[in-house]
Design a protein around this ligand. Structure first.
Ligand SMILES: Cc1ncc(COP(=O)(O)O)c(C=O)c1O
Length: 422
């Protein structure tokens, strides 16, 4: 292998994803290792960082270099910190004691217990649907649903900001894929107008709350267009479930079209605080997915302790007692103050607040320095967004105090000035 000087290596993420001509499949891993060891800033500094305790507003982290410190946590998708709710812990523990750690089989082959079915029934009821299916992974939910329902005779129309699992599912399905610019309804209609009449299998897929922007899809308009052009609609509401809408039923409720979405997909790993994903729909569709969604059919079921805990989570969601309002008040507090300080924070309507940086090198350094100042936020760049739209991604958490939020804002302002962002 030719060892190139680190400085002269083009260090872009995508340059290590392919085997080069005449390389064996491991050589790219060695090329990457050289770059990472060189200390060239790549954003990998945090690789190997670990949490020393359960999720809380102040988290104990151990950095890769062994340094342990406390940070204000603005980087967790467990916005409601519901996994730490006493009722959820109690239910999860009870299920663990009864069914032990793992189910040992796929769902269709004796891999589920009464808790999985109860959870599915609760989810179906939550969306006022006939049935629901629970997958052991969120990513696998999108892959499974899309590949089961779509194939080469179909067309999928995606928002450009959809989650990677939606794009991957589309690609794997063999369907024709069209993409409209983020939330651009005019462009979406232009795509729909041009679909040949003989393509009857048409699926519009969108995130509900967009994972990197925190804004909500125009589902009212999408449903209207879907009716006009005979499409089905699938919404991945990973970040809207339990958070947005008048009673926390998500993006469809926020946009007044609850009950009009054909495939209600959501993740159990974000506000729900567990793991896995689900799809709620008609009885026939769910029955079909149990047999044809390969990420369900060929993957071991969710462990019972997670299913047990999630039942309690849905009990709290049903009663709208999971702390959604408090969370959103804090998210708006954070967003307003950052905007006033001069940060560009987009159009968040959820717990996710993007802070645009536009410069990847700056972003990596800033991320590191914020952590060492005592603030944890996520960084987002390629492949999660386009590199020129790179950003910090802040997640409000219900249990953060206003004192902690103010401290986080002070740190961001201090570093924002230092890095000439504001
Ligand atoms: C919109 C969206 N869909 C799907 C997923 C995948 O979910 P999970 O992390 O539970 O696999 C995520 C999580 O990153 C997401 O943000």
């Amino acid at each position: 292998m030719i060892i190139t000087e680190p400085e002269s290596i083009n260090i872009k993420f995508e340059n290590f994803s392919q085997t080069l001509k005449n390389e064996d499949i491991f050589e790219k891993t060695k090329r990457l290792d050289i770059v990472l060891k060189s200390g060239v800033l790549t954003g990998s500094e945090a690789l190997g960082m670990i949490c020393l305790d359960k999720l809380s507003p102040i988290m104990k982290l151990k950095e890769k270099n062994g340094f342990c410190h406390d940070v204000i946590m603005l980087g967790s998708n467990s916005y409601l910190n519901i996994a730490n709710h006493p009722k959820v812990i109690r239910a999860s523990r009870k299920a663990l004691e009864k069914f032990s750690m793992g189910m040992g089989a796929v769902s269709n082959y004796a891999g589920i217990c009464n808790l999985h079915r109860t959870l599915e029934e609760k989810i179906a009821k939550f969306y006022n649907c006939e049935d629901a299916i629970v997958f052991p992974s969120g990513y696998g939910t999108n892959l499974g649903v899309i590949t089961a329902l779509c194939s080469s005779n179909d067309i999928i129309i995606n928002d450009s900001a959809n989650h990677a699992s939606i794009f991957d599912g589309g690609q794997l399905s063999g369907a024709k894929i069209k993409v409209y610019p983020h939330n651009n309804m005019k462009y979406l209609e232009r795509i729909l107008e041009k679909i040949p009449n003989d393509i009857k299998g048409r699926l519009i897929i969108t995130d509900g709350v967009f994972s990197m922007d925190g804004d909500i899809a125009y589902l009212d308009k999408i449903v209207q267009l879907a009716k006009k052009y005979n499409c089905k609609v699938m919404v991945d509401d990973a970040h809207g479930l339990g958070i947005v809408g008048a009673t926390g039923r998500g993006s469809a409720q926020a946009k007044g079209v609850l009950g009009q979405i054909d495939l209600n997909v959501g993740m159990l790993s974000k506000a729900a605080g567990g793991l896995g994903g689900f799809c709620a729909s008609t009885k026939e569709v769910i029955q079909y997915l149990r047999l044809y969604a390969r990420t369900y059919f060929f993957s071991t079921a969710l462990s019972a302790n997670i299913a047990g805990g999630l039942i309690e989570v849905f009990n709290l969601f049903e009663k709208d007692k999971a702390g959604r309002k408090e969370l959103l008040e804090k998210a708006r507090y954070l967003d307003d103050r950052l905007k006033k300080a001069g940060f560009e924070t987009g159009h968040s309507q959820s717990a996710i607040i993007p802070v645009m940086i536009y410069d990847e090198k700056k972003l990596f350094r800033l991320y590191q320095e914020l952590r060492y100042e005592g603030l944890y936020v996520n960084i987002v760049t390629y492949p999660a967004t386009r590199r020129k739209l790179c950003r910090l991604r802040l997640c409000a958490m219900k249990d953060l105090s206003y004192y902690q939020l103010d401290r986080a804002i002070d740190i961001l302002i201090k570093k924002g000035k230092q890095f000439s962002i504001i």
